[in-house]
Ligand binder design. Structure first.
Ligand code: LUZ
Ligand code: MOS
Length: 742
């Protein structure tokens, strides 16, 4: 942390630059859709200092970087499908020279009509993957018996990850055609696998190493790969180190973002606010290639009903192919889009019933033994408990009254509040990805190295695993070093994603530490002449029946070494009991769920259309939190990030080109517009399903911030008591004004 605040922490672009380093500049398509008629590289090639131009025809293996579906070339060959699609990469002795060379490339296109709208793509049958429908019961048989049926449209926009460190990779040739790749990726194994395929060399020749990332948020789960593969290709062909880093504006323009969704909803309720049936269709704007879109749609389907129990449900998901840069993973991975839709439907219904939305939310929260539409039961639902606690701890009814009083007294400034119950399933929905490995090595001086497949990106996974290892071994945390993530030490890793990093890698580290601890305890028991069951290790001291002995961690390690006892251990962890059948759309895809409820307060200046989120308070189910500070940080960051998505971050496209490609035109929340945030951990929550009874933290709290949208709508309704039936985020001042006075 000290090195972060002093700016001493090293990222890919800070690594030592070898003498003969080449710099890459990526040449991309300037039209959203068309055929490449001609590509003239000659001027660029002859530019002094330019060493090479990488294009599709120099690829020794396959020109293919697709992850789920093989539909994405590394370099476009005959056609381009989005503005920003890589066509070539210029390698030169300096970044400036590479950029000059790039400007000398000339392409002629034959433009083809582009599609940007997901509904239009769906109508034309342009889908990335087959339509998916998740059904329980039959809503069509229920509508007639409802007292109220609401229908409408809900839309959310793209969101830029804005990781502090832009996409970056440094590839170093090694002896014997090998490569060492320092990539800013969440998925070292994916980089290794795809480099192997593109270069046509075995995976064992490729070492991918990640020290840390300057943020990722999902933006480096799949989208760190192209730059890593280009750098690797250059290093492999030229036998020279190659570095590629994207400039901020370039990064925003050409890399993937959160998927925009345009959705239809239909909700039927009885007069008491019980939801009887719910139907939704999601039109996911997937962009020009699949990337992770089908998996993201799957998570949308699973989160369609948020934290509510609804008997009859039909959810349809269309992954629509458009001529925009492929959209990708972003904190929440399709769940936030789905939760926005059902919360819009509830808000809509609440207006029609003349009640606060919280009444409907409360009536329908999951109880113990309810089931999700995909068939999985909720064994331990903390939905109701966290909702009740949020209402009481944060005095919700009093807050509603105060807000009404405030609104009566103020004509042009209005306030609104909203409750945001959340539910998030923990596990990769793709079951096979739920596995992790660890390698723990104890050195003869008693210091310990821990390797796992987890990538540290500022989320605190390494400190958490360090703590787990220290507790398991019985030594102070300072004795443990968390090593870089490296595919040579931990192979076949899943991306650090799906909020599962600490859960599964922490468990693998714990298992490896346990193996070593058992060996050492046996050794200590021998030395001390007692049975192993009486021996324990605590804070570096060896105890017998809790009494101290002359043995210390260091002396025990030393004598174990002299006795030729193995001081390192490897472990693999895969959570049990998860499965899913896509043909039936039924199964138990998640190890467990995270619940919680937030209270969000907003204020709207009804003359200017500007807004402020005043306060966000949450009761969050963190299980037995592994680290309160880290978890609190994740809750706060998630809330602020979602407030940005809901209220200010607007990705503006013009004919397929991103216009809002810098911080002057794309407004992320800063510290001045962040609300006061208070988070309370749900009392006595324990989770038998994860390491040390903790719960995953990364993505779930993002969902709280969605409440900011409805808090603002409630403020708008206080100004102009008219039913709102248009749900579209972000709530920019233009949108707010049009809702205030249309
Ligand atoms: N990545 C992935 C994810 O491949 N599968 C998932 O289910 C997931 N969920 C959240 C974030 N990333
Ligand atoms: Mo992800 S959205 O990389 O967990």
């Amino acid at each position: 942390m000290k090195s972060h605040t002093r700016g001493e922490t090293l990222y890919v672009d800070d690594l030592n630059e070898p003498e003969d380093l080449l710099f890459g500049a990526v040449f991309v398509s300037s039209i959203p859709h068309g055929k490449i008629k001609s590509l003239d590289l000659s001027k660029a090639k002859n530019h002094p200092g330019v060493k090479a131009l990488l294009t599709a025809d120099q690829i020794p293996g396959e020109n293919q970087i697709g992850n789920i579906i093989m539909d994405e070339p590394l370099f476009a060959e005959k056609s381009v499908h989005f503005m920003g699609q890589p066509i070539a990469c210029v390698l030169a002795k300096s970044k400036e020279t590479a950029l000059q060379g790039r400007d000398l490339i000339h392409v002629e296109y034959v433009a083809q009509p582009p599609v940007f709208d997901p509904r239009e793509a769906a109508e034309k049958g342009e889908l990335i993957s087959p339509v998916r429908t998740l059904v329980r019961g039959n809503p069509d048989l229920v509508w007639d018996s409802c007292d109220l049926v609401v229908e409408g449209k809900a839309e959310t926009g793209a969101q830029e990850h804005l990781y502090l460190e832009t996409q970056a990779c440094l590839a170093l040739p090694q002896e014997g055609d090998g490569l060492k790749i320092c990539s800013a990726t969440q998925a070292p194994t994916a980089v290794q696998r795809i480099v192997s395929k593109v270069l046509k060399i075995p995976m064992n020749r490729i070492e991918v190493e990640v020290r840390r990332l300057g943020g990722a948020f999902g933006g480096k789960e799949d989208q760190a790969t192209p730059w890593a593969v280009m750098a690797a290709l250059g290093a492999y062909l030229l036998k020279k180190p190659v570095k590629i880093t994207l400039h901020r504006e370039e990064d925003i323009k050409i890399t993937g973002k959160r998927h925009p969704y345009s959705s239809d909803y239909k909700m039927g309720l009885n007069r008491d606010g019980v939801i009887l049936a719910y139907e939704a269709a999601y039109y996911q704007n997937a962009g020009a290639a699949a990337d992770l879109s089908p998996a993201i749609m799957e998570r949308s389907l699973f989160h369609a009903t948020n934290a509510y129990a609804i008997p009859d449900v039909r959810i349809t998901g269309y992954s629509c192919k458009t001529n925009l840069p492929p959209f990708t993973a972003f904190r929440g991975f399709g769940a936030p889009q789905a939760v926005f839709v059902i919360e819009s439907a509830i808000h809509h219904a609440a207006q029609a019933l003349g009640v606060d939305a919280s009444k409907i939310q409360k009536k329908n929260l999951l109880k113990e033994n309810d089931a999700f539409p995909y068939g999985m039961g909720v064994k331990r639902s903390n939905a109701r408990r966290s909702f009740k606690e949020a209402q009481s701890i944060f005095a919700f009814s009093k807050l509603l009254k105060e807000t009404n009083r405030f609104n009566k007294r103020n004509r042009l400034v209005k306030r609104g509040v909203a409750l945001a119950p959340i539910c998030f399933g923990i596990s990769f929905t793709n079951t096979f990805l739920n596995q992790a490995g660890a390698l723990v090595q104890v050195y003869t001086d008693g210091s310990v190295s821990v390797n796992t497949g987890a990538v540290e990106m500022g989320q605190g996974v390494n400190p958490k695993i360090q703590k787990i290892a220290a507790l398991t071994l019985g030594i102070p945390e300072q004795r443990i070093l968390m090593e870089r993530t490296n595919t040579k030490r931990i192979p076949n890793t899943s991306p650090t994603a799906a909020s599962s990093g600490a859960d599964i890698n922490g468990m693998a580290a714990m298992l490896a530490c346990e193996i070593i601890r058992k060996r050492l305890i046996r050794c200590a028991a021998e030395e001390l002449g007692v049975v192993p069951a009486l021996v324990s290790i605590n804070r570096g001291k060896i105890l017998v029946e809790d009494n101290s002995t002359d043995l210390t961690w260091e002396s025990l390690v030393q004598s174990a070494y002299l006795k030729r006892i193995n001081l390192s251990a490897q472990a693999h962890f895969a959570p049990k009991g998860i499965h899913y059948d896509k043909a039936l759309e039924k199964g138990a895809p998640f190890t467990y769920h995270v619940f919680g409820t937030a209270v969000i307060q907003a204020e709207v200046d009804c003359l200017r259309g500007t807004l402020r989120i005043l306060k966000a308070q949450a009761v969050h189910d963190a299980g037995k939190s592994l680290d309160h500070n880290i978890d609190q940080g994740q809750i706060e960051g998630g809330i602020v990030q979602a407030i940005g998505w809901m209220t200010s971050e607007e990705m503006v496209y013009c004919n397929g080109e991103i216009q809002s490609c810098n911080l002057g035109t794309y407004k992320v929340p800063d510290i001045h517009c962040a609300p006061e945030i208070e988070s309370v951990f749900l009392r006595d929550s324990q989770n038998p399903k994860a390491v040390l009874k903790s719960k995953a933290i990364g993505e779930p709290p993002f969902l709280y911030g969605i409440g900011s949208y409805f808090a603002v709508l409630n403020a708008i309704r206080a100004f102009r008591n008219q039913t709102i039936t248009r749900y579209g985020a972000p709530l920019t001042p233009e949108r707010v004004l049009s809702l205030l006075c249309d």
